[in-house]
Design a binder for this molecule. Structure first.
Ligand SMILES: Nc1ncnc2c1ncn2[C@@H]1O[C@H](COP(=O)(O)OP(=O)(O)OP(=O)(O)O)[C@@H](O)[C@H]1O
Length: 241
């Protein structure tokens, strides 16, 4: 079975800055893959290249078997995405936004599915509120719902938990764990190392655009490592390299 994501020697330069430096990695079907790294290490740029939002300077990316550089529109049609810091359109209500996503993605019974998400993430009382008047956490609930409402084979989500309270974080973590058990795949970036250790099957650690580590979380734990300490020592070593 080919990997769900295959990145090969991906490079992204912004002017003189090399934001991603020859990164290669495979993500297998059913993985809950965590992309970790300090601020500015290139996580968002990686996600943007894999979702066809940014064209790599060099290298290639196959996502669900599709060439993400040559056919970014098809990739975006097939996947779910939560871009970094993205908020839904201010002028639509929460329900209108999910209906809009449903129309673009051709989702059957989108209204019924939207209602399920309003109940599941406990914001049914906000469905007719304009997005501009929603709290940050509620906007994040909506972004989470739009990424998963069509049950994509692959969701790429940038910092999905950051605005959620602990109860909501727990609910969403459980949802993601069950989601991948059904054979679907999630690729997420996060700063919350404890979350990555708890739910991710595999991780990659980026630092200054370079891939410092890539592999299953279980392997680290078998070696007696805990992810937060492992991450910190790797990044500190990278700082002095
Ligand atoms: N459009 C852009 N133009 C110029 N530089 C950019 C652009 N986007 C990102 N960068 C730079 O590329 C580097 C990697 O940024 P990126 O957002 O990918 O990192 P990140 O790991 O997601 O960071 P954070 O954890 O802080 O969100 C940073 O130095 C950033 O300033």
């Amino acid at each position: 079975m080919p990997p769900v994501i295959r990145a090969t020697d991906l490079v992204k330069d912004y002017g003189d800055l090399r934001a991603v430096d020859s990164v290669s990695l495979d993500v297998e079907e059913g993985a809950l893959f965590g992309l970790l790294g300090p601020n500015g290490s290139g996580k968002t740029t990686m996600i943007k290249m894999l979702t066809g939002q940014v064209k790599p300077t060099a290298g290639s990316a196959a996502v669900l078997g599709i060439d993400a550089v040559a056919d970014p529109v098809l990739v975006r049609r097939m996947i779910g995405i939560i871009p970094e810091q993205e908020t839904p359109p201010s002028f639509l209500s929460a329900m209108e936004y999910l209906a809009f996503v449903g129309a673009v993605r051709n989702i059957p019974d989108c209204e019924g599915k939207a209602d399920w998400w309003f109940d599941f993430l406990d914001f049914a009382d906000k469905k007719d509120v304009l997005c501009k008047d929603l709290s940050r956490g509620t906007r994040q609930k909506l972004m989470f719902a739009q990424a998963f409402i069509h049950e994509p084979a692959l969701a790429l989500i940038d910092e999905p938990l950051i605005n959620f309270d602990p109860v909501m974080q727990d609910l969403v973590k459980e949802y993601m764990a069950e989601y991948v058990q059904k054979g679907r795949t999630i690729f997420l970036s996060t700063h919350i190392l404890e979350v990555a250790e708890e739910i991710c099957s595999d991780i990659a650690i980026l630092h200054k655009g370079k891939l410092l580590h890539f592999g299953p979380v279980a392997e680290l734990i078998e070696q007696g490592e805990d992810l937060p300490s492992f991450f910190l020592s790797l990044v500190r070593k990278g700082d002095h390299a």
